[in-house]
Design a protein around this ligand. Sequence first.
Ligand code: OOG
Ligand code: MG
Length: 267
Amino acid sequence: MTADAVFAAALDTAQRTATAISQLSASAEVDLDTAYATQHALIARRIARGERLTGLKLGFTSQAKAQQMGVHDVIVGSLTDAMRLDDGALFDRRSAIHPRIEPEVAYLLAADFDGSEVDRPLSEVVAAVAPALEIIDSRYRDFRFSLADVVADNTSAAAYVIGPWTPFVQAGALDNRAVRLEVDGRISATGSTAAILGDPGRAVAAAARLASHHGFTLRAGTVLLAGAATAAVPLPDHGMVEATITGLGRVSIHTHDGSDSLEKGSR
Ligand code: OOG
Ligand code: MG
């Protein structure tokens, strides 16, 4: 087996069993090309099990995230239907190792888009925008990693939730909207969409560039998460997490770890 296939198998098992592993970079030299090859092999395993690609996500598009994790390059990862949750749905904390949650801006793509077309107007490429939440869960011990480690681990992607879509032409400028993350009604992070590359709209061209360098495609009808505007916060075992973006509305997720009365009653 090639190195990327070995790494992908280890990361896949870590995710499926919610068991942390050591960083790949602790015992091997892993360059960025091998890291993306590993991510592609990891997603191929999921596709082979019947999952479907639903979009792409960017990581470290804000200073808040880059500083929190000590990684200062923008990275790209894949989303599948198995990661998608409905607005307001329940997330089982036990399916993850040490999950965190972060507020995101989501774009619904109206057209296929690649790195040679980055000058196309956004209104041709984006159908709609929405507030979103992303649950990230590094498969590495202590949620620590190098750039190559986190790329190989599909950029820590675990789950995502999209709120109500607003047609792009109605959404107006998105370069300075207030972003709020609340856990059980208490504010746990605040920021502005300006934190995402100065304007989250820039995420679309950034994703197209990264995609063409690293073997991804942006497809009409799929989603792009632009990257968190604030640092991520630990996902509570039980509770409700809500993100609000001024003018775009709100999106929420409920979490449980199986120990609440609802669960006991159903046993
Ligand atoms: C990597 C994922 C980063 C974002 O929005 O910046 C990311 C991580 O922080 O574990 O999803
Ligand atoms: Mg994110």
